[in-house]
Write a protein that binds this ligand. Structure first.
Ligand SMILES: Nc1ncnc2c1ncn2[C@@H]1O[C@H](COP(=O)(O)OP(=O)(O)OP(=O)(O)O)[C@@H](O)[C@H]1O
Length: 360
């Protein structure tokens, strides 16, 4: 029997994933990763966070019910180094990070996969809404989940071929409703648990406060400037802002105004009109390809610039060793440095990268 380690967060999806794997005949081992420091754990619990004591209790109960072995493993150091530190550093450099992507690649896959292989498992599995497929060219890639509104391929675009070849995502072939029905049918007590919140380690979504409290920096205030360089007000620190933001600027300009650029080197936040946040072209680095080994020439794709973006027609080409240029057919609003751009052909991930500061 092939051994698989399933990451259990105590929620509906990973619980049903464990059930499905068992049904499919795998030797299933449940693991909950402890990833965040103890103090915050209790705050997260109240907000439905994924990794505190009740998550462990829930996951353990499900594992008992499914009659599979269950362990809690400590990944706090890996999470701090790869997710929290990256998250803070990116904001302080004026970019908007995506911590789930870093967590997936470096904590869930790199660290958990290594430990799983060490204990004799062949695969790791999660309750993500995505499907792992092997193409005719032999490469592994991700296919969008059955319900596009739940699809999580965007946050998984930078898994390596090696990681994908050891990965199972059994819930991706079902809709969320089907998963909830399945959970109810098999009597899982977590069937009605709410979905977890957006960023698990920031309970109230107050990124700015979190970064201030977790970095040594004191006074982060600076100037709001307009596109001509005139000072138009004071900002609270660049980490409070992202491209396209309108709320919370506290500027009375007599018209709606938006963040159009963040300049960490001068600690300035540039303000403009909505029309100033549209661009045709972005550049991306830290490229990872999935369905293709390498990009030859130009390629037509559907490109997604944030988790909630529908995707838009674009042409990509390499312009440097690790830099891709992506030209959209229609200008896109709020292309944001630090976020991922993920390229699709129909429902399949071609690859992706990290959006750089330069836009045209
Ligand atoms: N602390 C953790 N320990 C082990 N696996 C985890 C942990 N957090 C998340 N995962 C895995 O990653 C998957 C996706 O996590 P995500 O936070 O997107 O969903 P979720 O809402 O927590 O899912 P679920 O309904 O399974 O709780 C989970 O289904 C689970 O397999």
């Amino acid at each position: 029997m092939q051994k698989v380690v399933i990451g259990m967060s105590g929620g509906v999806d990973s619980s049903v994933a464990a059930y499905l794997l068992k049904e499919q005949g795998y030797d299933v081992i449940g693991v909950t990763m402890q990833i965040w420091q103890d103090e915050a754990t209790y705050v997260m619990e109240e907000n439905g966070g994924c990794c505190g004591l009740s998550a462990v209790d829930d996951a353990r109960r499900v594992a008992n019910q499914l009659d599979i072995p269950y362990y809690v493993m400590n990944f706090k150091d890996s999470f701090k180094e790869n997710v929290i530190n990256y998250f803070i550093a990116e904001y302080l450099e004026g970019r908007t990070p995506n911590p789930c992507i870093a967590c997936n690649r470096y904590v869930k896959w790199e660290s958990l996969l290594k430990r799983s292989l060490d204990i004799g498992a062949e695969f790791i599995a999660t309750g993500h809404y995505a499907q792992v497929v092997q193409l005719e060219n032999g490469r592994f890639t991700l296919k969008k989940s059955k319900t596009s509104s739940k699809d999580q391929t965007y946050a998984l675009y930078n898994l390596t071929q090696e990681q994908l070849s050891h990965t199972l995502m059994p819930v991706g072939a079902y809709t969320k409703e089907e998963i909830r029905e399945l959970a109810a049918k098999i009597g899982l007590q977590v069937a009605n648990k709410p979905d977890s919140q957006e960023i698990c380690f920031i309970p109230d979504n107050d990124y700015g406060r979190f970064i201030k409290e977790n970095s040594a920096l004191e006074n982060l205030e600076g100037n709001f400037v307009d596109l001509q360089g005139n000072i138009i007000g004071r900002h609270k620190g660049i980490m409070h802002y992202t491209i396209g933001q309108r709320k919370g600027l506290n500027l009375s300009m007599g018209r709606p105004v938006f963040v159009v650029e963040i300049r960490p080197e001068t600690n300035e936040v540039v303000i403009g009109d909505n029309t100033d946040v549209f661009y045709h072209t972005l550049y991306a680095d830290q490229i990872n390809f999935m369905s293709i080994p390498e990009l030859e020439g130009k390629m037509e794709v559907n490109a997604k610039i944030r988790y909630s973006h529908q995707g838009s027609k674009a042409v990509i080409e390499r312009v440097d060793k690790d830099i891709l240029k992506c030209v959209f057919e229609e200008p896109q609003r709020a292309i944001t440095p630090g976020q991922a751009v993920v390229f699709y052909a129909d429902d399949f991930v071609i690859g992706g990268g990290t959006i750089m500061g330069k836009m045209l």
